[in-house]
Structure formats: structure tokens, C-alpha cells
Ligand binder design. Structure first.
Ligand SMILES: [Zn+2]
Length: 427
């Protein structure tokens, strides 16, 4: 977009004079942001930082120092020989009357036998004035093109849902430690450690969300890192979170911890008690309740199955009591034979063969219905329901509830023999 307003013109002009800090960002990110990985098989480690191999004996507790480049590596078991890492990093600066947030996209490509390649580009800048007025300078982010394209220029300021295309905000995984924030933001608890939500989201959300401010000021990035996905849990478990804050309890895995609180709730444990809320070993405590829940669910399922079995047993007895007088019925025109279903097993089988709901909808429970199966030889053709009160055919259906070529013939056959059914009824 061409700058139109006075503010847009000023931002465009100031932006063009900002120093290029791409190499500064790469130098910092290489050491502080990107992961240093060694890929290990039984016979060798490949250091992805220098591309060289060394012996697996140097690995201790999934870490090793590369003898070639001295990098401390995290060792992963893998036959991989290439790797790619990508992330957004940022730097906050003050330029004239603006708070400026500069966001960069960083790519790092690693391959055995060579040094890594880094690629960085500045993709977005927020220019924010003290009165809240702001502008966004950004590359274009089109749905059609992968990633960013075009030049840094004034873009519209739409901020939609998180991560959506066309949304002119970027979540930076990390901010450069030399970032400078205006006092009104540092007072909110924002500094270069901001994590879990974008700067723009933070300054918009904090004034209306004191809980967020409390977490930021307490530097609880363990909880903030899930702000987008677990915000509603932060609200509903706030009393428990306050206990964590008071006890300086570090949460290793926030989503597991919330999951654990859900379990505590289910088992009516005291969510205001640090004994439950701040377990020394979260994973063990979590897994304990998960196992308990699994056992209980299994028990409940068995009880339900047993209940159902008893019910079915009763229905089976009732069915025979009520319908056995029809069991010797056999209506035939020489080709088609129509006979009643004689047990719940036969209902089940009929439902399975015909792919319809005669069993699952429990037609055997319908006192005024007689269910008949029309067959040619061993082949099931249609299932017929006769209303015993009106002595009429309610429905006759083939596989998947469709009519067959014999439909009319079956209806005719049953109608013609309705008097046989009537005789059984009054016998
Ligand atoms: Zn190395």
C-alpha cells in the first residue's frame, strides 16, 4: 500500500532509515535460538553445526561436545543427515516517538559435510505511538505464495485470529536481549523474555486481563507459553495458579499440568492445596491419575456392558413369551419364503446382513410389531414389519433400507396371508 496519511508517510520514512540488523540477529540466533543437534546412530554422531562426524562414546546423557567445533549438542537418535529449522525472532527498539517491534523470519539449513546456511529477512515492523495509534510495515503475505513476498511497506492493520493468513501480526519466539521497550510496557511486565503471545496481543490483552499481567510480572512463561490455547483454563484454574505463584512452583509442562488439574477435579481433590496442585514429580502424579481414570473407565464400561447384557436377556425372554406363537408361520409362494425372526440373535443377524437398524433400534421390544424375514433360499431379501393391531404392513425393506425387485411380490404375499397371522393372534 502507498503511504497516504501523515502518520504512514512518517513511518515509511523512519523505517527506511532504520539500520540493517540482519547479521546482528543471525549471530545472536545461531547461539541462543536455534537448536544445536547431533544425529546419532550406533556407529557415529553427525554434528549438524559443523557437518563433521565423531564417535558415539562422547555422548553423555543425550548430550555431547563436538570435538571439531566445540559446540554443545543435543543428541537425537536418527539416521537423518540434513535438518532445517525455522522461526520468528524479534527486536524491540524505540525510534523517535514510536515503539518499534521488528520481526524477522529465520531459516537455518544443516547438512552433513558442510557448514549450516542461514537465511533471514525482516518481514514485519510494528510502529506504535503512545496514544495507541499504530502502523504496520510488512512484506506481503498472500494465500497463493508460500511465505512472504514483496517489499516492506505499509500494510493494512487487520489482526484476525492467531496464525491466520493475511493477519498482519507475527508471534516472535524470542526477542533480542538488547531490545528496548518503553516504560509503559515494561510496567506491564513486558521485556525481551516475552513468550507465549505476540507483543501486540500482549499490549492489547493486558489492560483488560489482570491475570495475564500477573503472570507476566511473575515471569511465568511456563503458563504464558500456552496463553493462546489454554487461556480459558488459566481463568478457570486461577486459584490453583495463585498457589503455584505463592509456592514458586515451576510448571514443566503446562498442558500436562492442566490435564492433571482436570483429573484432580474429577476425583474431587482440593485444588487449593499445594500438596495436590504442586506435585514434586508432575509426570508421575499425572500418570497415576491417568491410570486410575483408565481403571475406573474400564470398570464403568464393564458395568454398562453387564447391565446391557442383563437387559438383553430379559428382552430375549419377553420376546419369546410374546411372539413364540408366530414362530411356526411360513408364508411361501414357491420361491419367496417369509418367516418370523425367532430370537434376539436372529434380529442381530438380520440387522448385520441387511445393514439396517432392526436390531440396534430394538424392534424386538415393539409389542405390536411382528418382524418377518423374506428370503429366497438362504438369501435374505427384505425385512417386513407387520402391525399386529391393524394387521397391516408398516414397512418392508431390503439391504440398506432399499426396496428390491421382489418388494411388491413380498407385500402381496404377506397381505394375502394376513389371515394366518390373525389366527395366531387369537389362538
Ligand atoms: Zn561440530
Amino acid at each position: 500500500m502507498r503511504p497516504r496519511t501523515k502518520l504512514q508517510l512518517r513511518v515509511t520514512n523512519l523505517s527506511s532509515h532504520l539500520p540493517n540488523i540482519e547479521s546482528l540477529m543471525i549471530d545472536w540466533a545461531k547461539n541462543e535460538c536455534l537448536k544445536h543437534i547431533g544425529y546419532a546412530t550406533k556407529s557415529r554422531i553427525i554434528c549438524m553445526e559443523c557437518g563433521q562426524r565423531f564417535a558415539p562414546e562422547l555422548v553423555k546423557r543425550k548430550r555431547a561436545v563436538c570435538p571439531h567445533c566445540d559446540t554443545s549438542l543435543k543428541i537425537e537418535q536418527s539416521r537423518k543427515r540434513i535438518n532445517k529449522q525455522t522461526m520468528f525472532i524479534g527486536k524491540a527498539e524505540i525510534c523517535e516517538e514510536f515503539q518499534v517491534i521488528r520481526c524477522f523470519e529465520l531459516y537455518a539449513y544443516y547438512r552433513e559435510g558442510r557448514e549450516p546456511h542461514y537465511f533471514i529477512q525482516e518481514v514485519l515492523q510494528h510502529w506504535i505511538k503512545d496514544d495507541g495509534k499504530r502502523e504496520v510495515m510488512a512484506l506481503a503475505r498472500n494465500t497463493g505464495c508460500s511465505g512472504w513476498c514483496g517489499n516492506l511497506e505499509i500494510r493494512n492493520k487487520t489482526v484476525g485470529s492467531y496464525y491466520s493468513i493475511g493477519d498482519n501480526d507475527v508471534y516472535c519466539d524470542k526477542y533480542h536481549p538488547d531490545s528496548v521497550f518503553k516504560p509503559q510496557y515494561t510496567r506491564m511486565g513486558i521485556d525481551y523474555r516475552l513468550h507465549g503471545l505476540s507483543f501486540l496481543d500482549a499490549i492489547n490483552a493486558i489492560p483488560v486481563n489482570p491475570k495475564l499481567e500477573t503472570l507476566l510480572k511473575a515471569k511465568r512463561y511456563d503458563l504464558l507459553s500456552h496463553w493462546y490455547s489454554l487461556r480459558y483454563k488459566v481463568s478457570s484454574y486461577w486459584p490453583s495458579i495463585k498457589i503455584c505463584l505463592r509456592n514458586k512452583y515451576k510448571i514443566k509442562d503446562a498442558s500436562m499440568w492442566f490435564d492433571y488439574l482436570d483429573l484432580l477435579t474429577r476425583y474431587h481433590k482440593d485444588l487449593h492445596n499445594a500438596y495436590y496442585v504442586c506435585p514434586t514429580n508432575l509426570k508421575r502424579a499425572h500418570d497415576l491419575y491417568v491410570a486410575k481414570k483408565k481403571r475406573d473407565d474400564e470398570k464403568a464400561r464393564k458395568a454398562r456392558d453387564m447391565q446391557r447384557l442383563l437387559e438383553l436377556k430379559k428382552y430375549a425372554e419377553d420376546y419369546i413369551k410374546e411372539k413364540s406363537k408366530f414362530f411356526d408361520l411360513k408364508l411361501s409362494d414357491g420361491k419367496i419364503v417369509v418367516i418370523p425372526l425367532k430370537s434376539l440373535e436372529e434380529f442381530k443377524k438380520e440387522g448385520e446382513i441387511m445393514h439396517h437398524c432392526v436390531f440396534s433400534n430394538e424392534y424386538f421390544k415393539k409389542k405390536d410389531s411382528l418382524i418377518l424375514s423374506a428370503r429366497i433360499g438362504k438369501k435374505h431379501i427384505e425385512t417386513v414389519e407387520v402391525n399386529l393391531k391393524t394387521l397391516s404392513i408398516v414397512q418392508s425393506r431390503g439391504v440398506c433400507n432399499k426396496n428390491t425387485e421382489y418388494h411388491e411380490r413380498i407385500i402381496g404375499l404377506v397381505t394375502k396371508n394376513m389371515n394366518l397371522i390373525r389366527q395366531k393372534l387369537t389362538a
